[in-house]
Design a protein around this ligand. Structure first.
Ligand code: F0G
Length: 466
């Protein structure tokens, strides 16, 4: 085709790079039914049964669809206790991907975190991160250590249009090291992509600078890289000098700078269950192996069955595929850009695995202590059977000594996209649901909590409309 013709052609539909071989039927419900189910669930979407959900955007974790190759691998799983063929395959894939010699399989990401941070942490220890994911923070704080998130204001502002809003703030990093002293810093943890800040990517330049600072002070650098392939996509397309570098090579360059890698394989592992703890240091790996054997399982299976390891080994290969990653990032952007075009305030630019809506702005009439994010979560479910999660004052709210709610800095709602599960017409349907949300946006009151547990309250709290 001539260049003029190419230039004149309108962009084509973002078609899925797979076809469907097996289907999972979904129950179609109406608003009256969903209203009833939501009431029964105490207006908490975590307490709904999944069969009453049409589009499940609760999380991208463990919810992906596996490929025919992964399913074939499942049939080939070697379930031997020690030295299984499936383990050897997984170990080989992970060693090649990371260049790190010690691979420990765990049942999911937080088990890897518990083992590593249980050893590195303890009273008087400090961890520094772009943003600790909730389970990361919980595992660190459980040891008595402290965890600080070090983001710059322009990166946490939902409106600034910057390419790498997942980056750590280097000035704050140096300040904190000097404040506590290098000996107290157990590790710097880079979360890639930065889930809690909107699935925003981290640049290679930022990690390189962090590495230099860690070298200068003798501090360990851990990569929480459960979305490392998605991050590699952003680097190739946004960072100078990576246009012609393969996604795998970009990830490898980042691994080369890290001392350890923790992964929830339920994301870019394209597996439904699994985790990894990968280390460069032999002495540390010995300590971790002891904990692995005590709490997860023998070194050649950890918390996984042979078939899980087969599926994960195949998933880690597939996730770096050019066609897959293009579709993955562009399809997330398709939802986010579609919402923005309708006037829905979203965290910008759109991240890799999820779209974050600024419910504080969308439902600005609802006071923050009446949880505007939870109100939107409820409306999305009743209106369209769409399940999302509040990432605001329900999740992060705390009480002061007088029992008054200290609200979260932002009232967000996350629409996390499972990998390879929904087609573009599902996403178009969600965009249609938002037309109704926008047309009926007349709420002035939100919800009150009628029950809450002392920890991680968003999972089991119950609500009532005010
Ligand atoms: N680190 C990050 C950055 C994560 O996003 C998660 C999980 C974990 C660690 C823990 O991994 O669930 O396998 O134990 N994130 C999920 C989410 C739960 O919905 O974002 P896990």
């Amino acid at each position: 085709m001539s260049n003029e013709l190419k230039a004149a052609r309108k962009p084509r539909t973002l078609a899925e790079p797979f076809r469907i071989k097996m289907v999972e039927p979904l129950k179609m419900t109406d608003e009256k039914y969903r209203l009833e189910k939501l009431k029964e669930a105490g207006y908490n979407t975590f307490l709904l049964n999944s069969e009453d959900v049409y589009i499940d955007f609760l999380t991208d974790s463990g919810t992906g669809a596996m490929s025919d190759r992964q399913w074939a691998g499942i049939m080939m799983g070697d379930e031997s206790y020690a030295g299984a063929r499936s383990w050897l395959r997984l170990e080989q894939v992970v060693k090649e991907m990371t260049g790190m010699p010690y691979v420990l399989p765990t049942h999911q990401g937080r088990a890897a975190e518990r083992i590593l941070y249980g050893i590195l942490g303890g009273k008087d220890k400090v961890f520094l991160s772009n943003t600790h994911f909730d389970t990361t923070r919980a595992n660190i704080e459980f040891t008595g250590a402290r965890a600080f998130d070090l983001m710059s204001p322009e990166n946490t502002d939902p409106k600034t249009d910057l390419p790498f809003k997942g980056n750590i703030d280097l000035n704050q990093l140096k300040e904190k090291i000097n404040e506590y002293g290098a000996d107290a810093i157990a590790a710097v943890v880079m979360t890639v992509t930065n889930n809690s800040s909107g699935g925003q990517p981290v640049s290679m330049e930022n990690v390189r600078a962090v590495r230099e600072i860690c070298n200068q002070y003798g501090i360990m650098l851990v990569l929480d890289g459960c979305r490392i392939a998605e991050n590699s996509y952003f680097i190739r397309h946004r960072e100078e000098g990576y246009k012609d570098v393969s996604y795998k090579a970009i990830a490898k360059e980042m691994f080369d700078m890290a001392d350890a890698f923790v992964m929830s394989a339920k994301k870019d592992g394209l597996a439904n269950m699994g985790g990894l703890l990968v280390l460069r240091d032999e002495a540390l790996s010995r300590k971790c192996i002891n904990m692995l054997i005590i709490s997860e399982g023998f070194t050649t299976y950890g918390g996984l069955s042979g078939r899980d390891m087969e599926a994960l080994a195949a998933g880690l290969e597939e996730v770096f595929d050019d066609g897959y990653l293009h579709y993955r990032i562009k399809s997330t952007a398709y939802l986010g850009e579609g919402l923005r075009a309708k006037g829905v305030p979203v965290v910008w630019p759109i991240g890799g695995h999820a779209v974050y809506i600024d419910a504080g702005e969308l439902y600005s009439e609802i006071p923050k202590d009446e949880y505007p994010g939870q109100a939107l979560v409820c409306d999305l479910y009743v209106s369209g059977g769409v399940r999302s999660v509040e990432v605001g004052s329900v999740m992060f709210g705390k009480y002061d000594e007088s029992g008054k709610l200290i609200t979260a800095p932002r009232e967000l709602v996350r629409l996390a996209i499972p990998r390879r599960v929904y087609t573009q017409s599902h996403v178009d349907y969600v965009l249609d649901v938002f037309d109704d949300i926008l047309a009926n946006r007349n709420r002035t009151r939100g919800l009150k909590i009628t029950y809450e547990p002392p920890f991680l309250r968003h999972f089991t709290s119950r609500f009532e409309w005010l």
